[in-house]
Write a protein that binds this ligand. Structure first.
Ligand code: PEP
Ligand code: MN
Length: 338
């Protein structure tokens, strides 16, 4: 930690700060400049008391951390990329840009099976589909629940795709983990820490969406809840954040790809469907993400988006998805991926 004193702090006030730093278990190192004194406090904040309480002293101007608050998700802790292998053998974080595709919500056996067959044929490796849906309004379709999970399991058996589905509540952790190969934590629950712990404890890989208004450091710290509960299967998923812009549903922050790659060893996934909320923008955002080094894409696909029970405007048709897979190839190749 770096502690900056106010310009007119007296010798006595400086000594008081030094004594307080020692009392909290750190070694202080004062650097006296012409205008002010800056103190470096040496010690690991993760094992000592926080030094942020020093801001309460009137002679202290600011307290700044020099060590990152996240550790297990950080590249420092694990310099090589982490990979996550799913039951069907597909590897997230490896050479292939893994495509996870399927409907926003599981609606019926027919809708799911048609979609699963089509996305598998086009090259997707993972089937997505919500059985428990986090809807803004309680009057909107809430998902088929366990019946939807059973349909996902059936689709897996029929197509060989792995399954990703959202875990909405701690109460369902065991049940959802029984069916799913990857647990999705939605944007609205990205800082529901008890849910994160429950998800981690199932032992299933976890896809952690970025919260609607979440800073990247907060997202990394939320990921820390997964790894620190002995679950190494964490992937981050950017799905757009709230900004002043209303032209798109959310603002997809593609800068998270190089940032997560720099700060963390965990795979980064992009969800362009929630990202813009518009089917016509999905292809361009996938191409950009592929070029920038994304590890996987999470894409909504529906046999008849106009009739979808949720997120109709952003879902690709089956043909649209097959075309996207063809369009994506040269971008993946240019990035040294398949
Ligand atoms: C979804 O994937 O359908 C979904 C609800 O995602 P998010 O949590 O990103 O809104
Ligand atoms: Mn959706």
């Amino acid at each position: 930690m770096i502690i900056v004193l106010r310009p007119k702090a007296s010798k006595k006030e400086e000594s008081a700060v030094l004594a307080e730093i020692r009392r909290l278990g750190y070694r202080p190192h004062a650097m006296r400049g012409v205008a002010r004194t800056v103190i470096g406090a040496i010690g690991d904040e993760r094992t000592h008391h926080t030094l942020e309480t020093l801001t309460a002293l009137p002679q202290v101007e600011s307290v700044m951390p020099i060590q990152k608050r996240f550790k297990l998700v950080s590249r420092e802790a694990h310099p090589a990329n982490s990979t996550i292998t799913l039951p069907n053998g597909c590897v997230i974080g490896g050479k292939e840009i893994v495509v996870m595709a399927g409907p926003c919500s599981v609606e019926s056996e027919k809708q799911l099976m048609i979609t699963a067959e089509a996305v598998a044929k086009a090259g997707a490796k993972v089937l997505r589909g919500g059985a428990f849906k986090p809807r803004t309004s309680p009057y909107e379709f809430q998902g088929l629940g366990e019946k939807g999970l059973k349909l996902l399991a059936k689709a897996r058996k029929q197509t060989g795709l792995s399954i990703i589905t959202e875990l909405l509540s701690e109460d369902h952790a065991e049940m959802v983990a029984e069916y799913a190969d990857v647990l999705q934590i939605g944007t609205r629950n990205a800082q529901n820490f008890q849910l994160l712990i429950a998800a981690a404890k199932t032992g299933k890989p976890v896809l952690l969406k970025r919260g609607l208004a979440m800073k990247i450091e907060e997202w990394l710290l939320a990921g820390e809840y997964i790894l620190s509960n002995n679950n190494p299967g964490l992937m981050f998923c950017e799905r757009g954040i709230r900004t002043f812009e209303t032209y798109t549903r959310n603002t997809l922050d593609l800068s998270t790809i190089p940032i997560i790659k720099k700060e963390s060893h965990c795979p980064i996934v992009i969800d362009p469907s929630q990202g813009a909320g518009r089917a016509d923008l999905v292809v361009a955002m996938c191409k950009g993400a592929a070029a920038m080094g994304v590890d996987a894409l999470l894409i909504e696909v529906h046999p008849n988006p106009k009739e979808a029970w949720s997120d109709g405007a952003q879902q690709l048709t089956l043909e649209g998805f097959a075309q996207l897979m063809r369009d994506l190839k040269p971008f993946a190749a240019a990035a040294g991926r398949s």
